[in-house]
Design a protein around this ligand. Sequence first.
Ligand SMILES: *[C@@H]1O[C@H](CO)[C@@H](O)[C@H](O)[C@H]1NC(C)=O
Ligand SMILES: *[C@@H]1O[C@H](CO)[C@@H](O)[C@H](O)[C@H]1NC(C)=O
Ligand SMILES: [Zn+2]
Length: 419
Amino acid sequence: MFLTYILLVAAAFGTSYSAIIQNEYKTYKDYKLYRIEGERQKLQNFILQTMTELAEIPFHNIRGSVAHALIAPELAETFEEGVRLANLVASVEIDDYSEIISLERGGTRRSGGFSWTAYYDVDDIYRYLRNVSDWWPDLTELVVGGKSYEGRQILGLRINTPSQNKSDNKPVVFIESGIHAREWITPATTTYFINQLLTSDNPNIRSLRDQFDWHIFPTVNPDGYHYSMTWDRMWRKTRSKSPGSLCFGADPNRNWDYNWLQHGATSDPCNYQTYGGSKPFSEVETKTLSEYVASLENLLAYVAFHSDAQILLVPYSDSEEHTDNYDDLIKIGKTSLEYGKKVNGEEYGGPATAAEILYKASGGSMDWVRAKLGTPIVYTYELRGTYFHWPEHRIPEQGDEVTQMMLGLFAEARNLGYY
Ligand SMILES: *[C@@H]1O[C@H](CO)[C@@H](O)[C@H](O)[C@H]1NC(C)=O
Ligand SMILES: *[C@@H]1O[C@H](CO)[C@@H](O)[C@H](O)[C@H]1NC(C)=O
Ligand SMILES: [Zn+2]
């Protein structure tokens, strides 16, 4: 029975595997977003062993007994047939995904400048960082965290305000953002946070700035982000040419050299989401960025931003085992979320490990940093949104939330004696 449906679905999908080369911004016209329910194991077999192996599925996720998948119009019939044969139940949640995408192309841009009322491409973000470093040369400097496959820099901003005692080595805080290209709200909130650190009158924010040596990287997957802005809104990976394959890119958050490919990652280069790469650190972005992070002395905290599960994750992402300061991380995380909630009343899930509330995934930056560098405070924030969409005029809402979350994080870390 199971085999029959695999063969049937395979035959139908096989013939319609869509072309990899395209020449204009993909509209996603009439792509349907399905919600699929059923027994967990069946769901996993159907989504992971059948669909994503046989067809191009630009988006899918599985949480417990509910999955979501974005399906091209020419695959819809086969997909629905497969759902029936697998004894699952599907309903259409979004009838035409292009409508979601088109909501996002019209933000208000400041001419010749930068704002938090629009999404900006990587060159604009880098121009913003350069301008900031010119404007506040005593407080900031540009830093290069690595490079990309297409030859871009992974550009960041270091904010290390002069302290009275020059020989004081401030604890280092690293902010990683935009590792998944389509999670556009993350570079936007990260530049927002930079702006808060530099311009806010709030004494708590100023003191947050002055206490640490910040290394902030708004877009650590610049090729992928640019591709998502110019060709394919749902692009998540890097843009390297996969060896021995016609497909491009690896998931840079499955490519770090820790338990590589063990959970929640695939060795199929054509998988739209979770291809782990040809080997650990096969991607120049993760390789160079990891070297940069490893070179930082006195690294107190590593914070990664993703969207849009609206949860706070602590390491490890691929195991039920707890870190030795798990209780502290939960406590600090709770305070961080309480501070964030005061801004908009928004509840986040967690803090918890991904294995507990999301799904197991190996090869992520957070786990590598914790396991290899022993960094005490390590978090992944999943921000808010609807299938990666977040209205441009509401960027400041999440920017303020994140700023407060950072205040809460470091307030509680101080209470617990981490610095
Ligand atoms: C550079 O930054 C300053 C300070 O925020 C701002 O006033 C100015 O408009 C910016 N210039 C550009 C070109 O973005
Ligand atoms: C400056 O900091 C160093 C190292 O933390 C310390 O040994 C020294 O006493 C401090 N000097 C002053 C004037 O506080
Ligand atoms: Zn992500």
